[in-house]
Design a protein. Structure first.
Length: 113
């Protein structure tokens, strides 16, 4: 029961932070389409990983992207777009002092084959 409550609390905190990120991007003038793309991709990552944002590591994100690629028909461009979305999110988290250093920083551009 405690584990379930902790899981729900993590999801609520992550969702609150994601909503703040989306609001900041809206203020910066991102289109509704871009905002939805950000929200969908970041929500999917947060739901899949299900850890507090400050516990997400580079290794976890690399595994997430690898799993995403192998479990979907997504091409390399799509995977790189997701990486860029995550990079934008984690850079914002770093700038807003939610995290010390972005774990995406060491995940480089995905090369097309």
């Amino acid at each position: 029961m405690i584990e379930q409550t902790k899981k729900q609390e993590t999801q609520k905190n992550n969702t609150d932070i994601l909503n703040k990120f989306i609001s900041s991007k809206e203020i910066e003038g991102c289109s509704t389409r871009t905002l939805n793309y950000y929200k969908d991709n970041i929500s999917k990552m947060l739901d899949t990983i299900n850890l507090p944002i400050d516990e997400i590591t580079t290794e976890i994100l690399r595994n997430y992207l690898a799993d995403y690629k192998s479990n979907s028909s997504a091409g390399m461009i799509t995977i790189d777009n997701i990486r860029r979305t995550l990079s934008s999110f984690f850079a914002w988290l770093e700038n807003e002092d939610y995290i010390v250093k972005s774990p995406v920083r060491r995940i480089h551009k995905v090369k097309e084959t």
